[in-house]
Design a protein around this ligand. Structure first.
Ligand code: DPP
Ligand code: ZN
Length: 850
């Protein structure tokens, strides 16, 4: 497969204003007939090269005339024909085998239904096409199938007509008036339950909302439907954007590689992000459903109405839409703990990606397999850059920028420059310091020192990208507060514009302050300032910004983790401030976060020549020290939270209480206290919801309690027929530390409920083991690593997109101590020798530096 480069972008020689498709669904195959109008752009175009893979060409016609095989050339990726003129009609018929398509791209069978996934290049597995986002067409689609097996036939846009056919078959036709790139194309055929809800937009348009899933679990879609209605209202109110069709459908696909897909008017979803009931989804799941439903809906404007010129611009729609879904969740009541979670994820995954061999700019310069660039960098770092822009412009300036962006580009396929230019022009803002972020890989590091001279306080800042020394200085907003000795802010949330390699910022103050830096993480950077322990405790006690309290707490834990990693131990008293935190007032979710040391998977880039087992131990020792220092109050406080357990509702205050209870129970259980273990069992038995049941299991998961095995078995018996919940059972066991975790993974790979065709199940078991369980992955002198490599090769054949994601844990190679690195290198070499998919090969070779 050829490497594609951003610098080689050329507009398409052809446009396709109109595409008509007919799907004839048979028992064991599907025939797809496509009629496209092709129009040359400019003149002199002689040949037309269409993309197309994994299908059998039955017939091809130009202006009604069948072409003889000599008139075209066909290979495994394309079809080339000599164009008869500047305008003609091309018809093709292809035969597909969706029933054996395990890649989950193009048209495939998921459970009993047929569905599609076209982003980024799945459409050319359905028909011959110009599979690029800057070619936009109006689509008309008919689907014909057995009515008993496929009573529901869906495509993008509005339904026009339904017709009964002989032999128990039927046909439904759909048309989508909005020209769209083919990656937003979708069809679905199946037998599903449906729940509907009417909605009237701010423009007075009547919309039929329809959600589809397996029969018998319809009521689990209510939260998703409510979330969609809130999303539609929110986009109208906050951005003035209303929905633009009369139908909005969401279909649950049993097997799905991504979270969900924003196909125009016909979203297709991973069940994880639609189905939620108190007994089958946790608080975090409820929040994730709301966020992903919102995310896909917000794409209707940021992605669909204004789309990407080419795939290098992916962050244009993804970074922006993640930022919008984060704003939406915040407006729906997610508190500061949400920002803490975002930053934990950013640091654990995106900073790690940016520091290793898979680093790439938010706008990549080249790729072999585009699927490998749906990354935390494009999504999460991309969203951080939009957040940064929002902070610079303020709420009303950001809205002005968005308004101008839509005014200029509605209906177009554009670039990240176009987006930034609209914001810059709308606000007379120089965006060059922001633009540089998009082209440079690596996390900027900011070093801050201070001086104090008689009432004159200066913060001296220096920026660089250690992994990318030739990088230019970027614009880094630093939000600071300066606390006095009583904890009052002398400077409160001021934003410093730091855009030089080195820059000083001065303040005149009555006393020397404790600086609170990068409040709410105002830029996606790492930063150093030599805090004393007392300063950190001062911030934990007094800072206004909950995020900064958490940040200071993390730094306190890190002092202890560093010491333990180096083989020394600090007194438990080092953590005594957390006794006050535990019994303090305020948001329970924030207190829970304050009482959580960073986990080992967040720290893989912290040490050179990393010994992952020693790191896991150091983290465990720190958590144990925390549990000890909290003393008897830990038991008392946990028991207080056990009382008055109300009926479950997904509601911020109740969720915060559950989260604190879960955290305290877990710390208490770590002390090996029988009474704590019994409390966990009681919580499990008395609860009416999955959140608390999982909290109990997680509290016991790293202990030797007999209750652990008993509850795991009880959990299995209760939930064995519930796919999403059973995923948690697999994940829990894959998260068990060390050798025990590795043994569990081996056993579970052979379990009757382990299903290679269900990506959620694969991620629950192999993903948890690889991404979140360093001590198991590196257990037994490299055998854990070999097991992961073996599994990657299994999915290389079945589902390359999934396989390529499972490789990520190996990207830490360069930071590992030699003996560990050797095991990983050997595994990667084995993968390169045996893999056949471009997805897996590209990732393995990038990691090895080839
Ligand atoms: N479905 C994926 C997302 O929404 C890719 N577009 O992020
Ligand atoms: Zn998206």
């Amino acid at each position: 497969k050829q490497r594609q480069y951003l610098k080689d972008y050329r507009p398409s020689d052809w446009q396709i204003p109109h595409i008509q498709m007919h799907f004839d669904v048979q028992d064991a195959h599907v025939l797809v007939h496509t009629r496209m109008e092709l129009v040359a752009v400019g003149d002199g175009t002689q040949t037309l090269e269409l993309d197309g893979r994994q299908m059998a060409l039955v017939e091809i016609r130009i202006d009604g005339e069948a072409l003889s095989p000599e008139a075209y050339q066909c290979d495994d990726a394309s079809l080339t024909i000599k164009a008869p003129g500047a305008r003609f009609v091309l018809e093709s018929t292809v035969k597909l085998d969706p029933f054996n398509n395990t890649s989950l791209e193009g048209l495939y069978a998921a459970g009993g239904i047929l569905c599609t996934q076209c982003e980024s290049h799945g459409f050319s597995r359905i028909t011959y096409a110009l599979d690029r986002p800057d070619v936009m067409s109006v689509f008309n689609v008919t689907i014909e199938a057995d009515k008993g097996r496929y009573p529901i036939l869906l495509a993008n846009g509005e339904r026009n007509a339904q017709q009964e056919l002989p032999d128990g078959r039927h046909r439904v036709s759909w048309s989508d008036p909005h020209p769209k790139p083919c990656y937003l194309f979708a069809v679905v055929a199946g037998d599903m339950a449906c729940k509907t809800r009417p909605y009237i937009t701010s423009e007075g348009r009547e919309v039929d909302i329809a959600f589809y899933c397996d029969h018998g679990i319809e009521e689990r879609m209510d939260h998703a439907i409510d979330s969609l209605v809130r999303s539609m209202q929110w986009d109208e109110q906050r951005y003035g954007l209303a929905y633009d069709l009369n139908t909005y459908s969401v279909v649950v696909a049993g097997a799905f590689n991504m979270g969900a897909m924003e196909n125009k008017g016909l979203n297709i979803f991973n069940p994880k992000y639609v189905l939620a009931s108190p007994e089958t989804a946790t608080d975090a799941d409820f929040a994730a459903v709301e966020a992903v439903i919102g995310h896909e809906y917000f794409h209707n404007w940021t992605g669909n109405r204004v789309t990407c010129r080419d795939w290098f611009q992916l962050s244009l729609k993804e970074g922006l839409t993640v930022f919008r879904d984060q704003q939406f969740s915040a407006d729906c009541g997610a508190g500061p703990a949400q920002r803490i979670e975002q930053v934990k994820f950013l640091r654990a995954r995106q900073f790690a990606e940016d520091a290793g061999p898979l680093a790439h700019p938010v706008r990549p310069e080249s790729y072999v397999e585009m699927n490998n660039f749906y990354t935390v960098t494009v999504y999460e770092k991309g969203a951080e850059l939009v957040r940064l822009l929002h902070a610079l412009e303020g709420e009303s300036g950001f809205r002005r920028g968005m308004d101008l962006y839509f005014e200029r580009h509605d209906g177009q396929a554009v670039t990240i420059e176009d987006f930034l230019a609209a914001h810059g022009d709308a606000n007379q803002l120089d965006i060059s310091g922001l633009q540089r972020w998009y082209g440079q890989a690596g996390t900027p590091q900011v070093k801050i020192t201070e001086s104090w001279d008689n009432g004159h306080y200066t913060l001296d800042c220096e920026q660089s990208i250690p992994s990318n020394p030739s990088a230019d200085a970027v614009l880094i907003p630093i939000r600071v507060s300066l606390l006095d000795s009583r904890g009052q802010a002398m400077i409160d949330g001021q934003v410093l514009r730091f855009d030089q390699p080195q820059q000083g910022f001065s303040f005149d103050l009555p006393e020397r302050p404790v600086p609170v830096l990068f409040e709410a993480l105002s830029a996606p950077v790492t930063w150093d300032y030599a805090y004393s322990q007392d300063q950190l405790k001062h911030i934990v006690r007094h800072a206004q910004d909950p995020f900064s309290r958490w940040e200071a707490a993390q730094r306190l834990y890190l002092i202890m983790i560093d010491a333990a990693y180096a083989g020394t131990t600090l007194e438990d008293q080092h953590l005594d401030v957390f006794c006050e935190v535990m019994v303090g007032e305020g948001d329970g979710a924030v207190i829970a976060a304050l009482l959580s040391p960073p986990s080992a998977d967040e720290l893989t880039t912290r040490y050179t020549e990393l010994d992952p087992l020693r790191l896991s131990q150091a983290v465990d020792q720190t958590e144990a020290a925390l549990a000890r220092v909290l003393g008897d109050a830990l038991a008392t406080q946990t028991q207080n939270l056990m009382e008055h357990v109300a009926t479950y509702a997904f509601e911020p205050a109740a969720a915060a209480r559950r989260s604190l209870r879960a955290r305290l129970l877990r710390l208490w259980c770590l002390r090996g206290d029988q009474q704590a273990w019994q409390q966990a069992e009681q919580l499990y038995d008395n609860s009416d919801n999955l959140t608390d049941r999982l909290a109990a299991l997680q509290a016991l998961n790293q202990t030797d309690a007999a209750q652990r095995d008993i509850l795991l078995e009880r959990f299995y018996q209760t939930y064995k027929n519930d796919k999403l919940v059973l995923d948690r059972w697999f994940a829990l066991q894959a998260a068990r530390a060390g050798q025990a975790g590795l043994d569990s993974v081996r056993t579970l790979l052979a379990h009757a409920d382990f299903d290679q065709g269900n990506p959620n199940r694969v991620r629950a078991l192999i993903g948890t083991f690889g991404m979140l369980n360093l001590s198991a992955l590196h257990a037994q002198g490299g055998q854990g690593v070999a097991l992961l490599a073996e599994q990657i090769l299994v999915y290389d054949k079945l589902n390359p997109q999934l396989a390529a994601r499972l490789i990520t844990p190996f990207a830490g190679l360069n930071g590992l101590a030699e003996e560990r690195a050797a095991a990983v290198r050997k595994a990667l070499q084995e993968i390169v020798a045996q893999a056949s998919s471009p997805d897996v090969l590209e990732q393995a070779q990038r990691i090895l530096g080839h």
